[in-house]
Design a protein around this ligand. Structure first.
Ligand code: PAF
Length: 292
């Protein structure tokens, strides 16, 4: 943990690398009465992230974007080492969008060698993604908890693309009395429906052709249970088979769940969400749609 207060300019945007420098800058804005929105990211910014930043700009006078590839949310066989990184390019995009501050800490700043604490959100964080990526939500909750307590923003913006993550972060804030309003922003999609994701860069040309079947199938599952009154479990099983037919190599899950608690969807009296994760070659894609 460093007490360095220096700000630097990275591609023209004010950038801080320590919590001390972050808080020094945020204190000035707070003294001016400005509201602060934080957009946590792992960088490799695409149009989906930029939409989060725009969303944040509409909600607060000042927008801080954090850029940190969080090692604790990657499993031992996942892509931490090769996760796309382009700090200069990201800073350039953020400057163009008019973000006010970039917080880009080193791993030792976020996880000093003597740090022990981890944050776990049981139940909500154990199912779906949590079941297929053990430890993932503990990594997410730990780093998001740190970021929120470091910056204490009025608002933090997360994409609905990572729907379970959004719910886990909301639960975390409610349970720990973190006074930040958590805003969900709609998923940004390619014209063919594929949700934007940094991991889309791993898809081969052939896989890219198959990938939109994920969104299409989720919509068909949602329509099946809502409009046709299909049984949610049977319809989800149909969705899994449909993804394999479309060319996906494996399906981790297709599930029809309550949109707030993620328990199995009890029916139209409750808001619902269809969520899925499926693999195309070495790429794992996730997506979700509302039942509406
Ligand atoms: O969604 C992401 O990019 C990450 O999980 C987050 C929220 C920035 C935490 O590392």
């Amino acid at each position: 943990m460093s007490s360095e207060t220096t700000e630097i300019r990275l591609a023209g945007i004010t950038t801080v690398r320590t919590v001390h420098a972050l808080r020094t800058q945020l204190r000035r804005w707070r003294q001016d009465g400005d509201m602060l929105a934080l957009v946590p990211t792992m960088g490799a910014l695409h149009a989906g992230h930029l939409a989060l930043v725009r969303h944040a700009r509409g909600l607060a006078e000042r927008v801080c974007v954090s850029l940190f590839v969080n090692p604790t949310q990657f499993g031992p066989n996942e892509d931490f080492a090769v996760y796309p990184r382009d700090e200069e390019g990201d800073a350039e995009k953020l400057r163009e969008l008019g973000a006010d501050l970039l917080f880009a800490p080193a791993v030792e700043e976020m996880y000093p060698p003597d740090a022990l604490t981890r944050v776990t959100v049981p139940s909500l964080g154990d199912m779906l993604e949590g079941e297929h990526r053990p430890g993932f939500f503990t990594g997410v909750a730990t780093v998001v908890g740190k970021l929120l307590l470091q910056a204490l923003p009025d608002i933090a913006v997360f994409g609905e693309k990572d729907y379970q993550q959004l719910l886990v972060v909301r639960r975390l804030c409610a349970d720990l009395w973190i006074p930040t309003r958590i805003e969900g922003a709609p998923t940004v999609r390619e014209p063919d429906g594929l949700a934007l994701s940094s991991r889309n860069a791993y898809l081969t040309a052939d896989e890219r052709q198959i990938a939109p079947a994920l969104h299409r199938t989720l919509r068909e599952v949602a329509e099946g249970v809502l409009v046709e009154g299909a049984d949610p479990i049977e319809r989800a099983a149909w969705g899994e088979a449909e993804l394999l037919r479309a060319g996906f190599d494996a399906v981790d899950y297709v599930e029809v769940r309550d949109a707030e608690t993620l328990v199995p969807w009890p029916g139209p009296s409750r808001p619902g969400r269809v969520l899925a994760a499926a693999r195309l070659g070495r790429t794992r894609l996730i997506d979700n749609v509302p039942i509406a």
